[in-house]
Design a protein around this ligand. Structure first.
Ligand code: ATP
Length: 527
């Protein structure tokens, strides 16, 4: 688990972590400076050597200043480490998502960025910095107490180790509770998000009460698991605290015995007592930090988005051939369950192909397979070398970003305004074909578009990107007659190849395609 942290954060910020160790080390000297000054002052005052008091106080001031400045620097570097961790985790998770995106992973990414990162920052990054500091303080204090009296310091050390053993017994328990909470949080978040997005359905069907109950049940479960996690963590800490109290008393008793026997003086006992607290309290903190690390570990360890790059799907075999796409005896479907079999067809360059079939037969599945979104179950799809990654897609649900019309058309690439305007006219979006309209905001807080307009923007995107092959999934549905005819004409004059899925299409229009693939045919059906 600790390896994960270093894998993600340490290699990129070596100097920063070096600074944290040095500044933390100087700050941790606080653990021996006060005990030393108080013990020495006690002995000076008891021996009535008052002339040495100013010298000790100046030394105290100098050391105090060094510690305070180190503490300030340490805090700044700590904040930098948090910043680095946040930046890296958030950037990584999005990069990994885009390397192999899927709808199922959206919720996970949202969860990670909004919740897990904060928890990792609070409990993991802070814990590791704290851990380093505590180790330094414990080591310095140990050296100091040994220099006063070896045997008494050994008593403090042995007693100090007792609390360190406790988390070993509580670790699995604490980790398990965190995993359970994490799962129930994801479950609640999914239910809530679905209810938020599905509000029109909830409203139209008048089922608000059912959904309130449904979401609140998940919330209650999630909060219950959160409480159980806090209970496990607090109880584990309580056990550590208890063992700490017992060990401190035992160690102090040994010290008192040594004073009674005259082997240690009063000033030394005070120094030993104060410094030993700085020895055992970092040790107890170390054990508490381990508990915190354990609760956060599942977030990092189990986060498939952060930890593993998913293997990219590649269904397409590149081959030099006359045809542009060649399906050979393919089986298509999900999780190795075929929906369509014996899929065998050839598409030649520039052909306009119409794919039909009843609802749910697997038309969109065929597109998803071509786009490498789902794996091909068996068979071969041979494509010409210029085809891979050269698909333009006009889908059933067009995606509009909350940005300008220009951004939605270009997706950030540089394309001349005149070209954008020409394309807008081409796709029958005359009312946006003006310079001013290009900078109009669309999407969430901007202009709302009709379903047909969204489709046209998506088609314009595909035309602008000059893709070799256009995949159109019900591009004409929901459009009025004029728009439908215009889009149909555009598709028919598209300079490359077109594969188009349509449900409802006039006989006259369907006759104009070069090829018709009817998935209703028996040869494709899986019994
Ligand atoms: N991710 C998935 N996992 C498992 N099954 C799925 C998944 N996506 C779709 N399916 C199922 O695959 C079948 C075919 O779906 P597909 O979307 O390809 O049909 P379609 O022919 O395009 O239908 P429509 O014309 O209604 O859009 C459906 O029964 C659907 O429930």
């Amino acid at each position: 688990m600790r390896l994960n942290f270093f894998k993600y954060l340490y290699p990129h910020k070596k100097l920063l972590w070096f600074g944290i160790i040095i500044a933390g080390g100087l700050t941790s000297l606080d653990g021996i400076v006060s005990p030393y000054i108080i013990g020495t002052l006690t002995n000076i005052l008891m021996a009535k050597h008052f002339n040495r008091v100013p010298q000790i106080l100046v030394l105290y001031l100098v050391l105090f200043l060094i510690i305070t400045i180190s503490y300030w620097i340490w805090q700044l570097l700590w904040a930098k480490a948090r910043q680095a961790a946040n930046l890296r985790m958030r950037a990584d998770v999005f990069d990994h998502f885009l390397d192999s995106p899927s709808t199922e992973r959206i919720e996970k990414v949202n969860n990670f960025v909004n919740v897990d990162v904060k928890q990792i920052e609070g409990q993991y990054v802070n814990s590791v910095v704290n851990l380093v500091y505590c180790i330094e303080q414990a080591v310095f204090s140990l050296i100091y107490v040994i220099s006063i009296n070896g045997i008494v310091s050994m008593a403090f050390l042995i007693c100090g180790l007792l609390p360190f053993l406790v988390p070993r017994f509580t670790r699995n328990w604490v980790e398990g509770s965190s995993e359970i909470w994490n799962k129930s949080y994801e479950d609640y978040n999914l239910t809530l998000n679905e209810a938020l997005r599905g509000f029109p359905v909830i409203k139209h069907f008048n089922v608000s009460d059912i959904f309130k109950k449904r979401v609140n049940q998940k919330l209650a479960r999630e909060e219950n698991k959160y409480w159980q996690m806090s209970y496990c963590s607090s109880t584990a800490s309580f056990c550590s605290q208890l063992s700490y109290a017992l060990s401190s008393i035992a160690a102090l008793s040994v010290g008192v015995l040594f004073v009674v026997n005259g082997q240690v003086n009063v000033g030394e006992l005070i120094s030993l007592f104060l410094a030993s607290d700085r020895l055992t309290s970092p040790i107890i903190t170390i054990s508490q930090v381990f508990n915190q690390l354990n609760t956060t570990t599942p977030l990092i360890k189990e986060n498939s988005i952060l930890n593993s790059k998913q293997i990219a799907i590649n269904n397409l075999t590149i081959a030099s051939q006359n045809s542009i796409i060649n399906f050979q005896n393919c089986q298509l479907g999900y999780q190795n369950q075929a929906l369509l079999k014996n899929v065998d067809f050839t598409i030649n360059p520039h052909e306009k192909v119409l794919i039909v079939g009843r609802s749910g037969i697997g038309k969109s599945t065929l597109f998803k397979t071509l786009l490498n979104e789902i794996p091909l179950i068996s068979g071969t799809i041979k494509v010409a070398p210029n085809v891979a990654n050269n698909f333009g897609v006009v889908g059933q649900e067009s995606y509009i970003f909350s940005d300008t019309l220009r951004f939605n058309l270009t997706l950030g690439r540089k394309i001349a305004d005149e070209k954008l305007i020409t394309i807008l006219k081409k796709v029958d979006l005359e009312k946006f074909a003006r310079l001013k309209a290009l900078d109009q905001k669309l999407g969430k807080s901007g202009l709302s578009l009709s379903g047909g307009e969204r489709r046209k923007i998506e088609l314009a995107r595909a035309l602008l990107a000059k893709k070799e092959i256009l995949l159109v999934d019900e591009g004409l549905s929901g459009l009025d007659k004029k728009s439908s005819q215009k889009i149909f004409d555009l598709i028919m004059t598209f300079p490359g190849t077109v594969l188009e899925i349509e449900h409802i299409i006039g006989k006259e229009q369907s006759m104009q395609y070069d090829q018709l693939i009817d998935l209703n045919q028996k040869q494709y059906q899986v019994e």
